[in-house]
Design a protein around this ligand. Sequence first.
Ligand SMILES: Cc1cc2nc3c(=O)[nH]c(=O)nc-3n(C[C@H](O)[C@H](O)[C@H](O)COP(=O)(O)OP(=O)(O)OC[C@H]3O[C@@H](n4cnc5c(N)ncnc54)[C@H](O)[C@@H]3O)c2cc1C
Length: 386
Amino acid sequence: MSPETPDYAEIRDAVRALCAEFPDEYHRRVDAERAYPEAFVDALTKAGWLAALIPQEYGGSGLGLAEASVIMEEINRSGGNSGACHGQMYNMGTLLRHGSEAQKRQWLPKIASGELRLQSMGVTEPTTGTDTTKIRTVAQRRGDRYVVNGQKVWISRVQHSELMILLARTTPLAEVAKKSEGMSIFLVDLREAVGHGLTVRPIPNMVNHETNELFFENLEIPAEQLIGTEGQGFRYILDGLNAERTLIAAECIGDGRWFIDRVSAYVKDRVVFGRPIGQNQGVQFPIAEAHIEVEAADLMRWEACRRFDARQPCGTQANLAKYLAAKASWEAANACLQFHGGFGFACEYDVERKFRETRLYQVAPISTNLILSYVAEHVLGLPRSF
Ligand SMILES: Cc1cc2nc3c(=O)[nH]c(=O)nc-3n(C[C@H](O)[C@H](O)[C@H](O)COP(=O)(O)OP(=O)(O)OC[C@H]3O[C@@H](n4cnc5c(N)ncnc54)[C@H](O)[C@@H]3O)c2cc1C
């Protein structure tokens, strides 16, 4: 943190105090049971932390991205996993920025109070992967409804959400001037959709993360659930990515600090060959290196937050922050696991759980390679590769 950056001590202390009520044993048990951390997410919701980015006029606390990022960082630093609930913080951004006043008045106060959860966003598809403009899920207008057919994959928290943002093609790819046009965003009421055109199939996966395949078969969505202008949905999704990437960078920084704290404490205590293993430079250096990288990533996270909150372009900074933070937390995870020796693999140390959790951020919500590609093309002006 540079001297000019506030330390947000009040928010940090309050989130830390809440997180302290959910110690390692809680997160370990939830992980072992492959359960959803209901009590933890409920407590965060009731305390208003997940409504940080919703303006006060719609019932939220109207904080900036910097404050929101501190909340996510502290959750991960406490040993928790923001992946269970971060969608509730940023998915509403699409509605806030592009929804009509009537839509905002209808939905945002209930999202802010937690009465309705907008935890899910359905973009990724099995056959198209990162090449989003090729999505095959279609929404056809029929009178006062849209009828949706297609398939999505890896859509998180659907079983713990009442609402979902959905990206679907409304004009066939062959009929649009630019491939990024002709896609639209809908607010899907999952309470009505599931079992009436939407089938949800959970995907067991490496992390305790509720994520699913979705099958749409003539799902009807009222036309008033379209957000913004038909055909502009891809642009709306892109608009939300800077906040998402910056928040996830902060989560990775929280993870990185958790790993470094844990491993530093462990190597001071663990005596092998008659001295603490932390006295060996071969042990010290990877930990020191990870610390340096976490701190460097943190500076870029603050720069992304500062620009976002000042409404300046921040795509580059958000991407760089996500890249640096995910890399730093992964290096910290490796050092932490390595220097716990065999104990790193024992669930009771929590290292293997956090190791699995932080690994995800090399791939989702955007893979490291795609960030490199963004930098090559949009920052360095190299030829477009795809
Ligand atoms: C646990 C989990 C939760 C998720 N939650 C959601 C969600 O809630 N909503 C949602 O919409 N999606 C979600 N996703 C999907 C996630 O965003 C994608 O998995 C991710 O964007 C990568 O897409 P893909 O899996 O289709 O990989 P692909 O596009 O098939 O790419 C595979 C790999 O190939 C490489 N690659 C691909 N293209 C290029 C290229 N042009 N240049 C260089 N390398 C390339 C990258 O390394 C990439 O990791 C989730 C994924 C996971 C694993």
